[in-house]
Design a protein around this ligand. Sequence first.
Ligand SMILES: [Fe+2]
Ligand SMILES: [Fe+2]
Length: 157
Amino acid sequence: MKIKLVFAALIVAVTFLTVELINAESEKKMNEQTMKNLSTAMHGEAFAYVKYLLYAEHARQNGNTKVADLFESAAKTERFEHFSEEAQLAGLVGSDSDNLKDAIKGESYETETMYREFAQQAKQAGDHEAAKRFEEIRLDEAKHRDAFNAALSGLKK
Ligand SMILES: [Fe+2]
Ligand SMILES: [Fe+2]
């Protein structure tokens, strides 16, 4: 009887230890190269998702329903499985406050640096249509930045 109790206690102890080790493992920081690869992979999956939806739209307009369905089905996998699983591994989504701060950083960069430079370069190269589009998009990004900033100020928790 006593031996059985000791044995049961031992099993409980080993179980707790295993759970602790698993938790410690999942909290371990991801290798830097793996993080870079996750980011590259997520950018590819996100691009493929939107691209396939545009391809699907085009195929549907041409009456190629099966091709459209195929693109839509693949797009869903890229977005709801591949991207989501990678985002989970990378810890992409944080608190609302952290997510707003991250979004503000991105929109600020697009507004103040990226689209400004893109518009300038396109203008210099004589690509006036692209220059105009970059400038219009830049102003949209400024609105996003401002709206995210306002949301962050009004955030309760
Ligand atoms: Fe994929
Ligand atoms: Fe934006």
